[in-house]
Design a protein around this ligand. Sequence first.
Ligand code: 5AD
Ligand code: SF4
Length: 467
Amino acid sequence: MSEFDINISYPTEQTAYAERVKRIILSDGTHTPKACVVTYGCQQNVSDSQRLKGMLSLMGYEICEAQEDADFIIFNTCAVRGHAEDRVWGNVGATKRLKKQNPRLLVAVCGCMVQQQAVADRFRESYPYVDILFGTQVTHRLPEFIYKRLSGGKRIVELALENGEIVEGVPVDREGKFKGYIPIMYGCDNFCTYCIVPYVRGRERSRSADRIIAEVKQMVADGYKEIMLLGQNVNSFGKGNDDGINFAKLLRMVNDVEGDFRIRFMTSHPKDCTEELLDAMRDCEKVERHLHLPFQSGSTKILTAMNRRYTREKYLSLIKSAREKMPDIAFTSDIIVGFPGETYEDFKETLTLVKEVGFASLFTFIYSPREGTPAAVMPDSVTRQEKGKWFDELLRAQDTIQKKYNNEAVGKTVRVLFEEEAPEDGYLIGKSSGTYNIYVKADKSKIGTFADVKINSYNSVLYGTQI
Ligand code: 5AD
Ligand code: SF4
């Protein structure tokens, strides 16, 4: 048993609300009600949106892509950087006009952004046409919110951050038929000084291993070929549970599920990345040879200011150890450029680390101050323009590394999962477990299947042939 109250099935009162919503929205008989879900941010949000869609389908809505067609629009927002937030204000603002065209349109905003007090206040005061506003921990109550608003209630504002309960059994609409997400934990306790996530997603809590394994088995039976285990910090999975199952053990359990499928996971924090976990990766043939391990900065001084709780040396030793155990492993990372107090000398340490490791790809960000975080009040004397120059220097360095990395792939034989059609006619994009994207001549019907591929050449993209 977990210390948390884990409901085994979707709360019956929400199913009852969903039925009532259905009766209201289908009552005119001639109109098919449509709902549009607009998602910003990380995979966790994409996964949450799949649950929003699952609940909307349960209520009788047809999911649509265009906001103009919708009777219900929900914005699932991200607060990690200012840029994502700016887009939300503009896009939510545009619904005022849509409401004039379609008087039955309801607008909702949820996710990390609204969990900040100042943002919630601004929505309340300046966006009266937003009908429903709710935070990250009450997502499962969407049917209740829609019902209450549709039946004449006041605007709904529900922002409680309770930090405990994990609600299981929320219906999910996993769009893709062969790649799927499984959230394994929620929240974050790390409080990196630049990051808003611990304030908007609350404390870390893990699902029970039993529930996760049951979901994996179901997805494999449904034909899924790639399962991504999701959490802000998967390496601290299981800390609140009392069954002794940590992330390394969970990986082994997922690997033991029968079937031909791949396992990925995201995101790992270097401070919790143990030898036990690397051993589990090495031993589990279904786990991809890929580790996304954000280092954020190559300078120990900046890492300390970021409260990351590892040093440059510790990070490099982890990389070395992972390579010793899995010589073909690919690394990817997140980097922040221009953290308060960072000098060009500090930034150069990020550059040298990037060159030393040789990442398959990078997610790079210019530091964005987030109100309420410790870093937002740290002195920051470097201009945005200067940070932009460092950022470009980093991109150029990575571009050279990536070309070399891809050139070295030529001649290798790898197993790929065909994921989508390539921009070139007659080609599909196949993804190797080590993150290579390879263009291969193959029929569309092969999307969602595995194939062995020889990599033949590299010319902006990798090309290969099936063997
Ligand atoms: N500014 C810039 N980048 C940030 N990230 C998180 N917070 C910030 C911020 N305030 C980046 C980190 C993290 C990724 C998901 O987003 O690199 O790993
Ligand atoms: Fe943010 Fe750090 Fe938690 Fe990642 S580990 S979500 S960067 S606080």
